[in-house]
Design a protein around this ligand. Structure first.
Ligand code: PEP
Ligand code: MG
Length: 306
């Protein structure tokens, strides 16, 4: 299961890759693919804008292929629908009273396997056209990853039986629930990790990410966050898996030095934040990287290789 979705950074192992977060297809207009090493996070719950779109395998596929075409061979990390919490698609998930602590992300997908299978099939089909990696949001326990991996295996086999082109993409997890962050050594089935600092900080501080009344507590959790990040990076290194960071913390120029010191494999930020991050890291353009090798990020490629 060990697969690296991204090639090593050109500047040496200590230089994180520069990756983009995309929330909409329109974000592509603000991104020069030559300026990044790939896409570290596509929030598909925003890219797909209605329940009808989310339930259409063909619509998913069209969107994913558009993203792959735009990135012209660079790796694209597609996160499965992170519905629940503060994110809703009308007709699919409104009004969970548990909010941020409820049926969110992979929990929602496992509770709605028909929806999960639609998205998985489109992701498998997209992966036949380019270097796709798949991120699972809000994972708490290894059993959730195992269940989604089984679902991907089943749909890969079903597509093959149906004579539809597909390729099983590597599966990684968002590290954004403290229980998962503290037990990362148990997630050897993950091909890669991506820290969601927005959620990890809110769950560490028990302070909602969008509530100004507790914003100082949220910000104050940065010390706890860096201690945990150190632990996460060590655990990922022992497992031989790349770990990136795709929350807003990655875009804070003041944090760039400390993030770099952690040995993170990549930092993923909104396109408009890329120039400041590149300046803070003093790093090269993504264009200096060799193009991703064919088969990059396949489940059978070795960790750390393209
Ligand atoms: C995060 O939690 O940091 C993250 C990147 O995901 P989102 O902001 O979509 O919850
Ligand atoms: Mg999150």
């Amino acid at each position: 299961p060990g697969a690296a979705p991204f090639p090593a950074a050109a500047g040496g192992s200590e230089t994180p890759l520069l990756l983009a977060n995309l929330d909409t297809l329109a974000d592509l207009d603000t991104l020069d693919p030559a300026e990044v090493d790939g896409v570290g996070l596509v929030r598909t719950e925003f890219v797909l804008t209605s329940a009808a779109e989310a339930l259409s395998e063909e619509r998913h596929l069209t969107v994913y292929r558009r993203l792959l075409d735009a990135l012209a061979g660079k790796p694209v990390t597609l996160r499965m629908l992170d519905l629940g919490g503060d994110k809703a698609l009308a007709g699919l998930n409104e009004g969970d009273p548990a909010g941020m602590l409820g049926l969110r992300g992979v929990r929602f997908l496992l509770a709605h396997p028909d929806l999960a299978r639609i998205q998985a099939r489109a992701l498998i089909r997209a992966a036949a056209h380019g270097p796709v990696s798949v991120l699972l949001p809000m994972v708490t326990l290894p059993a959730e990853l195992a269940a989604m991996a089984a679902l991907f295996d089943e749909e890969t086999a079903r597509l093959a039986r149906q004579g539809i082109e597909g390729r099983r993409p590597p599966l990684g997890i968002m590290v954004e629930v403290p229980a998962a962050a503290l037990t990362l050594d148990l997630f050897g089935q993950a091909a890669f990790f991506s820290v969601g600092s927005n959620d990890l900080m809110q769950y560490l501080a028990a302070a909602a990410r969008d509530n100004p009344a507790v914003a100082p507590l949220y910000a104050g959790a940065e010390t706890a966050m860096f201690r945990l990040l150190d632990q996460i990076c060590t655990a990922a290194r022992v497992l031989g898996r790349p770990v990136s960071l795709c929350g807003d913390l990655a875009a804070e120029p003041a944090a760039a030095g400390r993030l770099r010191a952690l040995g993170l494999h990549g930092l993923s930020v909104a396109p408009r934040r890329l120039p400041a991050l590149r300046a803070a890291l003093g790093t090269r353009l993504g264009a200096t990287l060799p193009p991703a090798a064919p088969g990059a990020g396949s489940p059978d490629s070795a960790p750390g290789q393209a």
